[in-house]
Design a protein. Structure first.
Length: 329
């Protein structure tokens, strides 16, 4: 009888212990698992959202309506601007000969360009330093008055000499100081026009969110077998703040380099576009004109600035170097 009463009396104590251990160990474990599952679900939904919408259609910046007649530089061959803007990668062609300063760098007697450049004086172009790496000036020609590579009827120019920035390092993946001047043996045709350069040295020109235009004959697809575009391409892109993660991890020096590209659109310059100008609009009274704010330098292998920004040499940082070098040439 006493033994039975002892057994009955012990039962509530056992239940109390079980409840205690459940509250102390099981509930926290269950709560942690529930929280982890909730975070995992949210993370999966976010990944699905960004994967689906990263390349979703969003408005392109409008092409600037340039009204430029009397200037000695920076006037495009256009009266009323352009009604459409394509991508360089996967886009449509630009109007014929719209940029009178744009030239291409090709192997001698060939037409397909490996880089681009732009006229800044009667016999000098500006381009990217990496375009001249391990190349012989005698084996390269500059092509002007070029639009459709399949029907080239422009001018060929032999190179007199070139000067690469002394601090450019060809083994640096960040291509810091990626700038060079190339002098041709004979002046460019008088119906061509140079592109304007920034007026003074600056570490911040152009400002973030400024609309800019890039152009070139580079690849329009990122497939390994993709060839350069036979027809000139162009597109409007925004300047990206250096604090943006897409830019911050792509550049070596915010003073010497610029980032540009959309957050959600797979648009960018690509292989073959190096050396081309990044153009921004400047205003002078009722007129507008283009200024070369940057030089196409490098980007990711996908040619997709929504992954990481396209990177450009900031020309305004080098205006003193350009002026001194022009005096030497």
């Amino acid at each position: 009888m006493q033994q039975q009463e002892s057994t009955v009396a012990a039962t509530p104590s056992l239940q109390t212990n079980r409840l205690y251990y459940f509250r102390r160990y099981a509930i926290p474990v269950i709560s942690s698992l529930t929280g982890f599952m909730a975070i995992a679900c949210i993370g999966s939904l976010l990944i699905m959202y960004f994967t689906r919408h990263r390349n979703a259609v969003s408005p392109l910046l409008p092409y600037p309506n340039i009204v430029c007649y009397q200037r000695s530089c920076g006037c495009p061959n256009s009266e009323n601007g352009i009604s459409f803007i394509p991508r360089i990668v996967g886009g449509q062609q630009a109007p014929a000969y719209i940029y009178p300063w744009l030239v291409s760098l090709t192997d001698r007697y060939r037409v397909d360009p490996f880089c681009a450049g732009f006229i800044i004086s009667p016999n000098v172009i500006l381009t990217a330093a990496h375009c001249l790496n391990n190349r012989n000036p005698d084996r390269i020609q500059i092509l002007s008055k070029i639009h459709d590579l399949r029907d080239f009827k422009g001018d060929r120019h032999d190179i007199d000499q070139w000067i690469i920035h002394s601090e450019y390092r060809n083994n640096d993946s960040m291509h810091l100081n990626d700038i060079a001047l190339v002098k041709v043996q004979q002046d460019f045709a008088t119906d061509l026009q140079p592109c304007c350069l920034p007026r003074k040295k600056s570490n911040v020109f152009p400002r973030p969110k400024t609309q800019a235009v890039i152009s070139g004959w580079g690849a329009v697809l990122t497939k390994p077998t993709s060839r350069n575009s036979p027809v000139l391409q162009h597109v409007v892109v925004p300047i990206v703040d250096h604090k943006n993660t897409r830019c911050y991890h792509s550049i070596a020096d915010k003073s010497r380099q610029i980032c540009a590209g959309y957050d959600t659109l797979a648009i960018d310059s690509c292989s073959g576009d190096s050396g081309a100008p990044l153009l921004v609009v400047q205003h002078d009274g009722d007129e507008q004109y283009f200024v070369a704010a940057g030089i196409v330098s490098y980007g990711n292998k996908q040619c997709d600035a929504s992954i990481s920004s396209g990177v450009y040499t900031r020309i305004s940082f080098y205006v003193d170097w350009i002026e001194a070098t022009l005096n030497y040439l």
